[in-house]
Design a protein around this ligand. Structure first.
Ligand code: HSE
Length: 338
């Protein structure tokens, strides 16, 4: 069966996914029996396009790279009609994240699932704000709502808990869930001032479009909420999670940590307790000998505490064009494998 892929949002991640799919087309077919056409793309900047036989993705990537609107296969369907009317089997929802009300992504996800089309997304909005509702609609329509990319990009976290760690009881998850702030803290330790280092993080593409989400901890809080609800069935709202970012950390605080052989890290934590699930995001001074203290730059790391294996730690990229593009590919393959 040939998968008919639609992509909503042809920004960094959408283009990263398209590049991966193009470059791995033969490998995906020979190794996994995965065959596909990208038949629909919707993007507010480049336009909406549809071709049931497959779009000319190389040309589209070329046009997007110079900020030009798509010139072929243009349709006047808006996003919702593109989802409904196109002959697609799966939609990759890669539009911008809105952690306040979910933005248009929530409508995109609902529309696709109700039309019997799978969703694969790295958009934290629908997953952090309304996972139970989306999952219910997916189940009712025999579809998948796949969200590996919502937590630390392609580094396997959701699929790790759901797959290889199935059978273990996960009692705690703790780690560095935001690359921008980890990069900033690493550079601030070397003496770079806060404002300067934030600009560099933005120029490197780690930071969200509005970096407030990173530095105030909201991005990490979205990920903590997703983990709490999906891995531990917490049933909590994003606003239930206490959250403090790194904006109040001064050069003096950094020196204080150094003098105690410690290092500041923005830690996201989810823990099963007798009363339910405790979740939080806050900066902590971590002893230099602790494994999380050694995770520097934009890298993310998470330790799962389990009943049968003890601690299992995964370290990897938490952002980036290809890294997040891969998160979508891995879920597409998972759907294909059933
Ligand atoms: N801005 C995020 C980060 C990207 O820095 O980790 C992935 O959510």
């Amino acid at each position: 069966m040939k998968h008919k892929i639609g992509i909503l949002g042809f920004g960094t991640v959408g283009q990263g996914l398209a590049e991966i799919l193009l470059s791995k087309k033969e490998e995906l077919k020979s190794k996994y029996g995965y065959e596909f056409d990208i038949v629909a793309v919707g993007d507010f900047k480049f336009g909406n396009v549809y071709n049931a036989n497959g779009l000319d993705i190389p040309s589209m990537l070329k046009e997007a790279s110079v900020g030009k609107k798509f010139s072929k296969d243009i349709t006047d369907w808006d996003n919702i009609n593109l989802i409904k009317n196109s002959d697609t089997s799966v939609w990759c929802e890669l539009t911008f994240t809105d952690l306040v009300n979910g933005g248009p992504a929530v409508d995109h996800v609902k529309t696709a699932l109700k039309a019997g089309k799978h969703i694969v997304t790295s958009n934290k909005g629908p997953a952090a704000l309304c996972y139970p509702e989306m999952k219910k609609i997916a189940d009712e329509n025999n579809c998948k709502f796949m969200i590996e990319g919502t937590v630390v990009a392609g580094t396997p976290v959701i699929n790790l808990a759901d797959g290889p760690l199935a059978g273990c009881k996960i009692t705690k998850i703790r780690g560095i869930l935001n690359g921008t702030t980890n990069y900033m803290l690493t550079e601030m330790e070397k003496g770079m001032p806060y404002d300067e280092v934030l600009k560099v993080a933005q120029s490197k593409g780690y930071a969200e479009a509005d970096p407030t989400g990173d530095v105030e901890g909201y991005d990490a809080r979205g990920k903590v909420t997703i983990l709490a609800n999906i891995v531990m069935g917490a049933g909590i709202k994003i606003t239930d999670v206490p959250c403090e970012g790194i904006t109040k950390i001064t050069p003096k605080d950094i020196e204080k940590a150094k003098s105690q052989n410690k290092r500041w890290k923005l830690i996201g934590s989810v823990e099963l307790t007798e009363n339910g699930v405790d979740a939080s995001v806050k900066p902590e001074m971590i002893d230099i000998s602790h494994p999380l203290a050694g995770v520097s730059g934009a890298t993310n790391a998470l330790t799962f505490t389990t009943d049968l294996l003890g601690d299992v730690t995964i370290v990897g990229p938490g952002a980036g064009k290809i890294e997040t593009g891969f998160s979508i590919l891995t879920d597409l393959i998972k759907i294909h494998r059933g």
